[in-house]
Design a protein around this ligand. Structure first.
Ligand code: IPM
Ligand code: MG
Length: 357
């Protein structure tokens, strides 16, 4: 039986992950779901954000379905004891270096974008964010020097780390519109100069893909100017963290944004971690208001990228598209009303039966 590790975590994580499990089970029956604590919930239960027992459950699973981690009250802790250390730690432990973050405007959703509808109609891009290197994983120190607090954080990239994620992005571009944009800060950072050089070096091996380059500040601007101009965007860890939130918001809400973290080629059907990118949303946690679609679309990505069930993934995406167009919708997408988290999940499960009939 295919085992899926379910790590709900904190904030809205548990309520939206429960919806994702229901939809996954309906689209692809027969998986075994094993739940384990992570993040602040794990700190409360075990004293650690990423307990060894949780990592073991993940290691014996085909994939991880992840909710969100973080919470108030941990800001005073050193980075390795914060809830966020759990997600960074899992990515690193399983070498999940490539993070796929699609940003797509579903039909009928143009009106929800903060941009004019005609600018986003048909927007469909995907980020490949490098996920196990760069500034988030380098050494950090805080010292007092000459009476001043001084922090040093290290941005490290090895050529092979850049090469593997750039190759991943080329392969994904081959499966889509065959256009790859590499985003860097080549005019200032040495790491970006290496990044750009490697992208240029491997490009001839993907002759059907057009490679372009853009500076990150310009990319932030072009995303709001003309988001439909993009296909696949590959970039380093921190730039990808920031730009993927921007792109998600352009689609109208971060509540529908899904992601996959993989450690092999996009068509390898290997182990992966799947999570909505919305975070814990502490202001609405536990109230049944959260949009479950980011988690549900992450479950669809799990079917596609880890279980090789493209039909199941497509069925979920069609059920989501239908539900977004016809409702019910949570209040991030519907200011006049606003259905509950479970009402939206119920509608998607019901629609799944229709699209697969
Ligand atoms: C994300 C989040 C995480 C990240 C945090 C929670 C560590 O912002 O997945 O984008 O920065 O990667
Ligand atoms: Mg983020």
């Amino acid at each position: 039986m295919t085992r899926i590790a379910v790590l709900p975590g904190d904030g809205i994580g548990p309520e939206i992950t429960a919806c994702a499990v229901r939809v996954l089970d309906a689209a692809h029956p027969g998986c075994e779901f094993v739940e384990a604590p992570i993040g602040a919930a794990a700190i409360t239960a075990t004293g650690e954000p990423m307990p060894a027992a949780t990592v073991e459950i993940c290691a014996s699973s085909a994939a991880i379905l992840f909710g969100a981690v973080g919470g108030p009250g941990y800001d005073h802790l050193p980075p390795h004891l914060r809830p966020e250390a759990a997600i960074l730690g899992l990515r690193k432990h399983f070498n999940l270096y490539a993070n796929i973050r699609p940003a797509r405007v579903f039909p009928g959703m143009e009106q929800r974008s903060p941009l004019r509808p005609e600018l986003v109609d048909g927007m469909d891009l995907v980020f490949v964010r490098e996920l196990t290197g760069g500034l988030y994983f380098g050494d950090k120190t805080l010292a007092v020097e000459d009476g001043h607090e001084v922090v040093r954080e290290t941005l490290i990239y090895r050529d092979n780390e850049i090469e593997q994620v750039v190759r991943f992005a080329f392969a994904l571009a081959q499966m889509r519109g065959k256009r790859l944009l590499s985003v860097d800060k080549n005019n200032v950072l040495l790491s970006s100069q290496l990044w750009r050089r490697i992208a240029i070096e491997v490009a001839p091996e993907y002759p059907d893909v057009t490679l372009e380059h853009m500076l990150v500040d310009n990319a932030a601007m072009q995303l709001v100017r003309d988001p439909r101009a993009f296909d696949v965007i590959v970039t380093e860890n921190m730039f990808g963290d920031i730009l993927s939130d921007e792109a998600a918001m352009i689609t109208g809400t971060i509540g529908t944004a899904a992601s996959a973290a993989l450690g092999g080629a996009p068509d390898a059907n290997g182990f992966g971690l799947y999570e909505p990118i919305s975070g814990t949303a502490p202001d609405i946690a536990g109230k049944g208001l959260a949009n479950p679609i980011g988690a549900i679309l992450s479950a669809a990505m799990l079917l596609r990228y880890s279980l090789g069930d493209d039909a199941g993934a497509t069925a979920i995406e069609r059920a989501v598209a239908h539900t977004l167009a016809h409702g019910p919708r949570t209040r991030d997408l519907d200011r006049d009303g606003g259905a509950s988290t479970t009402e939206v999940a119920d509608a998607i499960v019901a629609q799944l039966a229709v699209v697969t009939a």
